[in-house]
Ligand binder design. Sequence first.
Ligand code: C2E
Ligand code: MG
Ligand code: MG
Length: 658
Amino acid sequence: MTWTDETYRILDVDSDVTPSANLFIAHTLADDVEKVSAAWFGAALHGVPFDVDFRIVRGDSQLRYVHARAEIEFNDEHEPVRMAGTISDETERVLAKSITHDLEIRFETGFDQSAIGTAMIELDGTPVRINQAVCDFFGRPEEELIGRTWVEFTHPDEIPLLQVLQSYVDTGKSSFAGQRRYLRPDGSTIWADVHVSIVRDENGAPLYFFAHILDITEYRRMSGELAHMAMHDVLTGLPNRALLADRLTQSLARSKRGNALVSVMFLDLDNFKEVNDSLGHACGDDVLTHVAGKIKTAIRPGDTVARFGGDEFVIVCDAATDGEIKVIGSRILETIEEPMTIGENQVRITASIGIAVSNADSTPETLLQNADFAMYRAKNIGPASVAIYDEELHDRVERNLATTAALRRGLDNHEFKVYYQPVIDLNTGNLVSAEALLRWEHPSGMLVSPDDFVPLAEHSGLIIPIGSWVLHEACEQLAVWREQCPDLTIAVNLSVRQVLHQDILLTVRDVLSRTKVPPSSLSLELTESLLMEDVSYCVNVLQSLKEIGVELVVDDFGTGYSSLSYLSLFPFDEVKIDRSFIDGLGKNAHDSALVAAIIAMSEALGLDVTAEGIETQEQMDLLKGLRCPKAQGFLFARPLPAKDLTKMIRNNHRWSTD
Ligand code: C2E
Ligand code: MG
Ligand code: MG
């Protein structure tokens, strides 16, 4: 027996070792010995060609895969005499093949178990292989999905994917990617992120489609919610400022193309703060939600209502005429005014609306700003009013804004002064009281009268600090005068904004204790009409003020509701007859009768009376004849700086009332 050098090398046997069948078998892996022996016997006994794959253990203990082939020569007696063949080391090839096989298995498992839906689809659209994730996505078993196109499971609003893919195939594209809707057996819509590769051969001819389907239903739902949240107000669900700006821009663009106008309404609730303060924030929130619902019912289908902030709403109406927009505005105010039941409370609320209509130069900002201007105008007209923006209004609002800023500076720079107007006892001619009247010494040197700035101070809320300052200043002055004139009292005007403000009781108590003025020496003057805005609340506050011990006075009596019933409703001590009636005394029978009636009525109700605005001797005589106890007016003195009244007090000044 001879071995080739190659055989020695493969077996890793030294070339001087004598070859033998036993030596060969000794190098064969034990597990394969039987196989090799069988092949040998097959060849030797039956003439079958010796052709066998098996494993050997080399001299250096390495395992190798080998392939042996041999021919056996037989003598005439059919006995094997010689064996000639080759042995080749196939290790590299075998291992490579086994890796490929392993990879294939792994790939298959990966395909089946992938969380991403994966499908092989024929060019005619029939799926031939899908994984579990595809079944999970569609909510259908494999049998329902294999072998039939998925057109019937596609959302009716989507173009069937097969149609899209076929156009891709024709135009030579390699893949499709997009988000598409499908239907579950229960009819619900599901979203998929779909990627389809068009698999082609080396010549570019399409072979099949390989698709990946990722379920993004939940993601779409969440991102939809997020997008909605970013654009809507959480409380009312209405569009928020951002979406409003967007809609307004679109409306303006449309209007410029179509020559139709856009109207914007700015709506602000009139007494929301009081509702919020008295009933609590949760109730306030409910009111806002109700109001949002009411506005929606009052506008036209294509109009937009947005929540602009706190208690402000903006309504955008496309292509409405001036007349139509006013009708919509009034309709909104009417529904808002209807009482609402919030929990156990009946809530009544009103709103003011400002309207601005677009022109060729309008931008979303200017339209909103103009509507806001108009809203301020509406507020000044009174609750539940509508105002339309015009240039004149713009100028006025600008001026008001400038004045408000000047008032604020005025307060910081001590530009306010208190003047005092004497109130005279008509029987004795003695000074009994002084009314504190606010003046603003404008830096320009002008003395501004309260009628010109108090309404603005009320509107901006500045009346709260200004009013407290007046109260303190007047009481401090009274404390000085009382040293000379112990019975003197002081009258201070209160705005209803101050009465409605939560700190009013605290402020009054604080001023009295700091200035050591007895409560009964302080009169607070209130105009009747304002108190009627919120009767029950005001009755409570006035009652509490009464308990502190201060006197309460109805100012300008006769100009407002002049209802007898409210005189007994509110705990007033005194009535001040308005100047306009005194003016008509002696000239106008109607006015004279009214003054006589007011004096008689007050006397009957046990109320004190002061007549305001006496300018002539005749007026004084008539009032004395009517037994009016006290009077105030230019006939006696104009409102004076404190030092002038101090002089009068020092001189014990007495007026002649004869
Ligand atoms: P009022 O409380 O009715 O004050 C009387 C007003 O009549 C004063 O005007 C006074 O100057 C004026 N007057 C008095 N006697 C005569 C007269 O014989 N003839 C004429 N033609 N007028 C007379 P004034 O000071 O301009 O104040 C106007 C209003 O401003 C006040 O009316 C009051 O409602 C308000 N006011 C004044 N001071 C304050 C304040 O400190 N706080 C608040 N909230 N309002 C104030
Ligand atoms: Mg007054
Ligand atoms: Mg008055």
